[in-house]
Every structure is written in structure tokens, then in C-alpha cells.
Design a protein around this ligand. Structure first.
Ligand SMILES: *[C@@H]1O[C@H](CO)[C@@H](O)[C@H](O)[C@H]1NC(C)=O
Ligand SMILES: *[C@@H]1O[C@H](CO)[C@@H](O)[C@H](O)[C@H]1NC(C)=O
Ligand SMILES: *[C@@H]1O[C@H](CO)[C@@H](O)[C@H](O)[C@H]1NC(C)=O
Ligand SMILES: *[C@@H]1O[C@H](CO)[C@@H](O)[C@H](O)[C@H]1NC(C)=O
Ligand SMILES: *[C@@H]1O[C@H](CO)[C@@H](O)[C@H](O)[C@H]1NC(C)=O
Ligand SMILES: *[C@@H]1O[C@H](CO)[C@@H](O)[C@H](O)[C@H]1NC(C)=O
Ligand SMILES: *[C@@H]1O[C@H](CO)[C@@H](O)[C@H](O)[C@H]1NC(C)=O
Ligand SMILES: *[C@@H]1O[C@H](CO)[C@@H](O)[C@H](O)[C@H]1NC(C)=O
Ligand SMILES: *[C@@H]1O[C@H](CO)[C@@H](O)[C@H](O)[C@H]1NC(C)=O
Length: 814
């Protein structure tokens, strides 16, 4: 045996002695290897679970297969690594080493355990009889497990934590991410949604309506059990056709959007024992059909997606994607200026369909005819829904989402669509005209006869033809790129000014303002209900700012991490510089911790946000090929998404370090109050440790839900750090908001924060140390007296009172 293998074997032995790996578990030591040609899987001791290569299409994928009956030929995939990668061709192998599970491919290596932070040497792994594949480090700590990264399946007993999604697969034979998601929301509700939608009632097609819970488990009796932080809970039984001798195995969100619970009976027959929602009409599932189409069941249990009148499939080969307009919308002026609507449009009627109501005008009318007429005459109306029973006429906003034929119980409807006339029906010889062209036509002397008009018509024809072609092309491309585009590896793309103007509806909804400009909410053109984006319009982009902007593009364009806000694209036209980011629905951490009293985060959320920010920074400092200093870490620059995950944004101040060079020359940056002292000295050398100080301040603010220097509230202490230090030293009780605070955990985290505020950069922990300490993988020593002045005005290390008098912490920041 090689020495390494010997050591590994010894560890495995010890592990089994201390009970981590049960006597009947198969422990996998470092140096173990699987290959597509030889030994393809590591089995659980029961033989029911196999971790390794399985066949997908013509290639292989790494994952876990479940055999309800050992030795039976029936199996199902319960977990997949890197599900959105193309399958692996033959000749690959998978090794388990101290750095994790590594897949060796012809085109390069890929780390399967990539969410593991690399804090310690990995020592052994085990395929458990629960269906969990666990990796342990040399100190027998659990370092990584597949249960933390579920794909579409949750095994019995597996905890589904708050803020997570299960995402359906494309099909039974293709485990790539599909179109539906099951989510345990941070508000404690459990909901089914189409993917790429916001967590809103309009998008949900099933929900439990619960609140206050923070985890969900599938129980052995087939119920969904919800629990809160105090382990109090409630159970929900989906429609169950089970019998006592069946054993519940797992739940799965399936390609058709249903959540199903699977069980096996004693002869190993696997069957569905529960289904959510219970409605068997697949048109009930929102997002089954794309925009501007509607779903109708074919009778044999299947569905078809049909375009609304006037709309055609975006892609004929993939009709589920949705439909796009097949006629021109003329400007209101053009319609007004000519013989009227009937020269351009007609009304098409469809009975007994409905869609997600998004009306901009509701009126009571006498007849269906009056409703159709109201829409026909309204220049902005292209669809209206008439309800005969109430005589309501609802004019609808474009696009039309979640369309479907009525169910038996629904009240009848009549839908009107204003659609363009086909060319031969169009009675005008002159094509649609824009405002400008109308004016030109108006000034042409009447004596100049038809000839001129005809010429205009031809020229306009051409223009419009090309414009439409161009626009339609753009629309398609954008749609395509959004579909595949939110895939992990997407690089920022370039948008046109017009696209962004449309996406933000003319910069209507402002969601924030920073020193460099305003931020607006937008929606990328509707493919899968539109992807929300944040559009940052930079002002005065010249000179220094332009340089900053280019820096921002360069540095964050290339970094991708769960805890860093993604840059999706940018736009540069003339003097306009615009950045497009993923939309973070819950706003900034500053809003969360300083402003809203009701919505303030629970203790658990605070801890997880702290970890998120620490991991994001750790990645910036050590995870990229060049270290990146953020330079402006503060709660305003940390954003929270729908799922409650915190991400670091505004990397605009970031500046690259040269590879292999730990320090760099730089001018002073950052926000007063969060700045490290070394910033203050002109022409100093700074290292990533400047971010550690800012993180320390942020961590204290997050834990205490207080601004760092609210002097009056802190019984005589002049800032959170000195207050926390005093409490720590005198072992007084922590006065921190929130009934659920874990005092012991708080103490440990405060110690970490105080270490971050150490006056000399060398003595401060690195972000790696911080991640380790916050994760309780490293013991936190008693901290030093906190740094007292990071604006560089007083000497570091002076007693608190001296600094308090100098009052060098600006009250307002931001
Ligand atoms: C699985 O589906 C994805 C997305 O539709 C597709 O890109 C991929 O090629 C499919 N894989 C296989 C093996 O068919
Ligand atoms: C299992 O094997 C039996 C006999 O070999 C065959 O009849 C059956 O269809 C197989 N079942 C599956 C799920 O492949
Ligand atoms: C694993 O695969 C890589 C690339 O295919 C190959 O170079 C290497 O020799 C293989 N290792 C073993 C032990 O088979
Ligand atoms: C399992 O289910 C199948 C089909 O319903 C049935 O034929 C078989 O007898 C069942 N086995 C046991 C042990 O109940
Ligand atoms: C839906 O399909 C059925 C036949 O399966 C047909 O009778 C019905 O008219 C269709 N509904 C709509 C709104 O197209
Ligand atoms: C259309 O013309 C009518 C009267 O001619 C006028 O009241 C209305 O404002 C015009 N609408 C638009 C959109 O120009
Ligand atoms: C709704 O539209 C009708 C005409 O269709 C109009 O008379 C009414 O004023 C509109 N209501 C609102 C609130 O705009
Ligand atoms: C619409 O549905 C109602 C009630 O189910 C039915 O009476 C009516 O005939 C339907 N209309 C059409 C055009 O199918
Ligand atoms: C789309 O519009 C064109 C031009 O009006 C027409 O010829 C064509 O038939 C339409 N396509 C569909 C599917 O309606």
C-alpha cells in the first residue's frame, strides 16, 4: 500500500470504530476510483443506492440511482451532479481524494463536491442507506453531502430547508433542469411555481398556505411534515392511495409539474401513492404552455398548447415555449389619422378560455358586442375578456400568461382579440405610418399628386419590413438566450439601448439610487414569463467613472458565485452606460436590518446571511485566478434574493491584484465607518484584509440589528465594537433584538467580528479563517481590544473614551 492509502485506510477504520460509518456502511477511502468502463458505482450496504456513473442518452452522468428492491432491474435516479452539463462520453473516471470528488474527463477535470469550501482535508465518504452520499474530513466532520444539494427528489427523512427549490427534470430520461419548481419559502409557505418566475400568488399553482416554518421533511407515513425552529410542526397528507404494507420512498417534482410521492410494496413494485395538486387536468399546472398561447386537454390526458388568434409559435418545433404576435401594431396616431381601426384590424373571438387576469380597465357592459367594440376602439387594447354572467368587460395587458381552456366548473367566457388584417384584406394602399411621416405627408402641397405618396409608401414599406424583421429577430434571439442563458456559465452579453428601454418600460420603476446612478426594475422579454432584472443606469460616465465602469465589467463579468450578484449584461451606446444585473427581490441588507421592524430577519437568517457574505468575500479574495478586493463592503451593498440568499453587489470599486502579489498600490476608497485604517494613509499598500474590517463592522450590525455607531443606545459605549467587547469581557447579558437569538452562537460570532477589526492587517483573520470560524470548524480565541479608529485620525489601540471624544465616525453613511 502507498503511505497515503494506508493513512486513508486507517482513517476509515477509526471512523467505523467511532460510529460515523456504521458497521454495515461501505466506507470509501481516498484514492478510490470509479470509471465508466470498470467499477461504475459505490453501493450502499443495503444495495439499494449506487453512487457513480449511470447511463444518460448515449453518454454517462454522475449521480445516485435507487433500486427499491436490491437486485431488481427497476431503478430511478434520485440525484444528479451538474445536471445541466452535457452527458459525459466514455473514458471518464471519478476519483475521491483529499480535495474532494473529481471527475476526470478528456476535456479537463471537474470537481463534483464544488460547494465544499476546502476548509480541511477530506478523508472518506459513504453511500448511506438513506440515499445520502456523505463526505467526511479527517476530523470526522461532515464536509459535504448530496442531501444539501437536492435536484428534483427528496428522500424520506431528508430535510428540505427553507429557501431551497427542487427543480423538475426535462424528462424521465434527461435530468437537466426542467420547467417547474417546488419551494419552501422563507416565509414558511410551501409552493409550486413554474421556473424563472417570482414568488407571487399569480405564479403559484399550488400552495399549503403555511407560515413560520423553516423546514420540511417527507415522513415515513407519506405526509409532509413542517417544523419551525422550536421543532413544533404540522403534517400535511397529500391524497394518498397507500396501504399499510407499502413503504414510502421519496417525493419528486416531475417534468409535468406535479409533485408525486412514490412508494414500494413488498414485491418491489413502485407506484405513486400521492400527488399534488390533485387536479388531473394538466392545464391546471401554470406554465405548461408559454406566453400568448393556451392549454387545452386532448382527452387522453395529454395537453396541447395553441396560439391565441393573431399569434404564431415562436418555435414550431417546441410549441410549449409560447407564441409571438403575427401582425403589426400600428401607432395610435396612424390609426386615428386614417379611416380608423377597421382599416388595420379585425376582431377574432374565442369562447371559453381564460388566462391570468391582468386588466387595466374593467367596465360593466350590456352585451358581448359592446365589450368587443370597446376593445376595438381602444388603441391600446389587443385583448378583452367578457364574462356573460356578470357582464364585466376586462381589457387585458399584453402579454397573456397562463392561458387555458375552461374547466367544467368555471363560468363561461368570451375572449376578444384585436388582430391585424392580412395584406389582401388591408384596404389601404399606404402602409402604417409613424408620427414623423404623417407630419411630412401633411406638409406636402396638395398639388403634388399620388406619385409622391406612392414613393413614400414604397420607401416606408421597405423601412417597416426591415424594422419588423429586425425586431422579430431580436425578440427571438433574446428569448433563446434567456432560455439557455440563465445557465451557470453565461458571460455578460451586450444589450441595445432600445431593448433595455423596453425591458424597463421606459425606466418606470425605480428601485434604488447609488452614487453612480439610479437602478430600475425590468423584465426581459417574455419567454418564460419574463426574467426580472435590475438595470443600473450610470450617470456622467466620463473619465474616472468610465474607468470604474470598465473595471466593474472586467472584474465581475468573470466571477460567478452563489453569493455574488450576477452581471447579466451591459449596454454602451453613445454616452449611455447601463449595467444589467440579476434582480434581487428583497432589496439590500441595509433595508432589512435597519429599516423594516416587522420584516427583520430571524436569528437563523442572520446567521445564514453572515455566512453568505463571508463565502462571497472568500471567493473574491481566493477563489478567482486574480484576487479581487471589493473595497466597499457595507449592508447597502449586500442584496437579498427571493430565496433569502445574500449576495454581494456593486463590485464597481473592485480592483485586481496582480497574480502572486498579495498587496497592491491603490488610492483610498470605501465608505467612512467601514474603512480599514490602512486606507487612510496616502499611498499605502493594502491587501484584501481591508475587506475583512468592513466585514467585521457589517457582521456586528447584522447580529445586533443596529448601526455601528448609535452612541446613545449603547450604555455609554461609543460603538458596537467597544460595546460588544465590554459585554464579552464582563460576561453581561446580550441585549440583542429578536426572541430567537442563540446567545452562545451570538457570542462566538461576535468574537469573530472583533477579530476582523484588529488594527494590524497581518493579525486579522483571512476570509478563509472567517468562514471556518463562522462554520464552527475552527475555535475562536478571545478577541483583542477592538480597533478603535479606522479613519486613521487617532492611534489604533487607544482606549475607547479618547476616540469617543474625537467623534470621528460620521453619523450618516450610505
Ligand atoms: C436534455 O435536455 C437539455 C435541455 O432541453 C438538452 O440541452 C440536452 O441535450 C438533453 N440531454 C439529452 C441527453 O438528451
Ligand atoms: C425486469 O426484467 C423482467 C424480466 O427480465 C422484464 O420482464 C421486466 O420488464 C423488467 N422490468 C423493467 C422495469 O425493466
Ligand atoms: C482517468 O482519466 C484520465 C482522463 O481520461 C486519464 O488520463 C487517467 O489516466 C485516468 N486515470 C485512471 C486511474 O484511470
Ligand atoms: C404489489 O402490487 C402488485 C400490483 O398492485 C400486486 O400484484 C402484488 O401482489 C403486490 N405485492 C404485495 C406483496 O402486496
Ligand atoms: C379544447 O379541445 C376540445 C376537444 O378536445 C374542444 O372541443 C374544445 O373546443 C377546445 N377548447 C378550446 C377553447 O379550444
Ligand atoms: C384620435 O382622434 C380623436 C378625435 O379625432 C382624439 O380625441 C383622440 O385624442 C385621438 N387619439 C389619439 C391617440 O391620437
Ligand atoms: C374604461 O374604458 C371605458 C371605455 O371602454 C371608458 O369609458 C372608461 O372611462 C375606462 N375606465 C377607466 C378607469 O379608464
Ligand atoms: C362555453 O361553455 C358553456 C358552459 O360550459 C357552454 O354552455 C357554451 O356552449 C360554451 N360555448 C362554446 C362556444 O363552446
Ligand atoms: C401570419 O401573418 C401573415 C401575414 O399577415 C399570414 O400570411 C400568415 O398566414 C400568418 N400566419 C399564421 C400562422 O396565421
Amino acid at each position: 500500500m502507498e503511505p497515503a492509502e494506508k493513512a486513508s485506510a486507517a482513517l476509515v477504520l477509526i471512523a467505523s470504530l467511532i460510529g460515523l460509518v456504521g458497521a454495515d456502511d461501505n466506507a470509501i477511502g481516498t484514492g478510490s476510483i470509479l470509471s465508466t468502463t470498470g467499477n461504475t458505482a459505490w453501493l450502499s450496504s443495503s444495495g439499494q443506492f449506487a453512487f457513480g456513473f449511470y447511463k444518460e442518452g448515449s453518454g454517462f452522468t454522475v449521480g445516485i440511482k435507487f433500486f427499491p428492491m436490491p437486485n431488481s432491474n427497476y431503478s430511478t435516479v434520485i440525484w444528479t451532479a451538474d445536471r445541466d452539463h452535457q452527458p459525459i462520453s466514455a473514458n471518464a473516471n471519478l476519483t475521491f481524494g483529499s480535495e474532494g470528488l473529481v471527475l476526470h474527463l478528456d476535456e479537463g477535470d471537474r470537481i463534483i463536491t464544488d460547494s465544499y469550501d476546502g476548509s480541511s482535508q477530506l478523508a472518506f465518504a459513504s453511500m448511506k442507506n438513506s440515499g445520502n452520499f456523505i463526505v467526511y474530513d479527517s476530523e470526522y466532520n461532515l464536509a459535504w453531502q448530496t442531501f444539501d444539494n437536492p435536484t428534483d427528489t427528496l428522500m424520506v427523512g431528508q430535510t428540505f430547508p427553507m429557501g431551497h427549490n427542487l427543480i423538475s427534470s426535462v424528462s424521465e430520461n434527461n435530468q437537466s433542469s426542467g420547467r417547474f419548481r417546488f419551494t419552501m419559502q422563507t416565509d414558511g409557505n410551501v409552493i409550486l411555481y413554474p421556473v424563472n418566475t417570482r414568488n407571487t400568488v399569480t405564479n403559484a399553482y399550488w400552495g399549503l398556505g403555511t407560515s413560520g416554518y423553516n423546514s420540511l421533511v417527507l415522513d415515513h407515513d407519506g405526509s409532509l411534515r413542517l417544523t419551525d425552529l422550536n421543532f413544533k410542526g404540522q403534517s400535511f397528507f397529500p391524497s394518498l392511495n397507500s396501504s399499510p404494507d407499502m413503504s414510502v420512498d421519496f417525493l419528486r417534482i416531475e417534468a409535468d409539474g406535479y409533485l408525486r410521492i412514490y412508494s414500494t410494496n413488498k414485491s418491489g413494485l413502485m407506484m405513486v401513492s400521492g400527488q399534488i395538486p390533485t387536479n388531473n387536468n394538466k392545464c391546471f399546472i401554470k406554465g405548461v404552455c408559454g406566453l400568448n398561447s393556451y392549454c387545452n386537454s386532448t382527452g387522453n390526458g395529454d395537453v396541447q398548447c395553441l396560439c391565441l388568434p393573431g399569434y404564431i409559435y415562436i418555435d414550431r418545433s417546441r410549441v410549449l415555449v409560447g407564441c409571438e404576435r403575427n401582425f403589426t401594431r400600428w401607432s395610435c396616431e396612424a390609426v386615428n389619422g386614417s379611416t380608423g381601426n377597421s382599416a388595420f384590424y379585425k376582431i377574432s373571438t374565442l369562447h371559453n378560455i381564460t388566462w391570468s387576469d391582468d386588466s387595466y380597465n374593467i367596465s360593466t357592459v350590456k352585451s358581448d358586442h359592446e365589450c368587443s367594440d370597446a376593445c376595438f376602439r381602444d388603441c391600446n387594447c389587443y385583448a378583452a375578456l367578457f364574462l356573460p354572467s356578470t357582464k364585466l368587460c376586462k381589457k387585458q395587458r399584453y402579454p397573456y400568461q397562463y392561458g387555458r381552456a375552461l374547466f367544467v366548473k368555471d363560468e363561461p367566457t368570451v375572449a376578444f382579440f384585436k388582430v391585424g388584417l392580412a395584406e389582401q384584406e388591408n384596404q389601404l394602399s399606404v402602409k402604417p405610418v409613424s408620427r414623423k411621416n404623417l407630419r411630412v405627408l401633411g406638409t406636402v402641397p396638395l398639388v403634388l399628386p399620388l406619385l409622391l405618396t406612392a414613393t413614400f409608401a414604397v420607401v416606408l414599406d421597405f423601412l417597416i419590413f426591415f424594422l419588423c424583421r429586425y425586431r422579430m429577430g431580436m425578440y427571438r434571439r433574446l428569448c433563446e438566450s434567456m432560455e439557455t442563458g440563465l445557465a451557470k456559465a453565461m458571460a455578460p452579453r451586450s444589450f441595445s439601448y432600445k431593448q433595455l428601454k423596453d425591458a424597463t418600460d421606459g425606466y418606470k420603476e425605480e428601485i434604488g439610487e447609488g452614487i453612480y446612478g439610479k437602478v430600475y426594475r425590468g423584465l426581459l422579454p417574455p419567454c418564460d414569463a419574463g426574467t426580472p432584472i435590475a438595470v443600473k443606469k450610470l450617470k456622467n460616465v466620463r473619465g474616472k467613472v468610465e474607468e470604474k465602469f470598465r473595471n466593474e465589467l472586467k472584474s465581475i463579468g468573470r466571477v460567478h458565485h452563489r453569493n455574488l450578484v450576477r452581471l447579466l449584461g451591459f449596454c454602451h451606446e453613445g454616452s449611455d452606460w447601463i449595467l444589467v444585473y440579476e434582480y434581487m427581490s428583497r432589496g439590500s441588507l441595509a433595508d432589512l436590518i435597519f429599516q423594516s421592524h416587522e420584516a427583520r430577519p430571524s436569528w437563523k437568517q442572520r446567521v445564514s446571511i453572515a455566512m453568505d457574505v463571508a463565502r462571497g468575500l472568500y471567493y473574491l479574495h481566493e477563489g478567482c485566478d486574480v484576487a479581487i478586493i471589493h473595497g466597499d463592503i457595507k449592508p447597502e451593498n449586500v442584496l437579498i434574493g427571493d430565496d433569502g440568499i445574500a449576495k454581494i453587489g456593486d463590485l464597481g470599486l473592485a480592483k485586481h491584484l496582480q497574480p502572486g502579489n498579495q498587496i497592491t498600490y491603490t488610492r483610498s476608497r470605501g465608505t467612512p465607518g467601514y474603512k480599514a485604517p490602512e486606507w487612510a494613509k496616502p499611498c499605502d499598500w493594502v491587501s484584501p484584509k481591508v475587506d475583512v474590517v468592513s466585514f467585521g463592522v457589517l457582521l456586528l450590525e447584522l447580529l445586533c440589528l443596529k448601526k455601528f455607531c448609535l452612541v446613545q443606545e449603547l450604555d455609554g459605549e461609543y460603538n458596537l465594537a467597544s460595546w460588544a467587547y465590554k459585554c464579552l469581557k464582563e460576561q453581561t447579558k446580550w441585549q440583542v433584538p429578536g426572541g430567537d437569538v442563540d446567545a452562545e452562537e451570538l457570542k462566538e460570532m461576535i468574537k469573530v467580528a472583533l477579530w476582523c477589526l484588529h488594527g494590524s492587517p497581518e493579525k486579522r483573520p483571512s476570509m478563509y479563517d472567517v468562514v471556518m470560524m463562522l462554520g464552527r470548524k475552527k475555535i475562536v480565541e478571545f478577541p483583542p481590544v477592538p480597533l478603535l479608529d479606522w479613519n486613521g485620525r487617532a492611534d489604533a489601540g487607544q482606549p475607547p473614551m479618547a476616540v469617543a471624544e474625537s467623534n470621528n465616525f460620521p453619523a450618516a453613511r450610505g
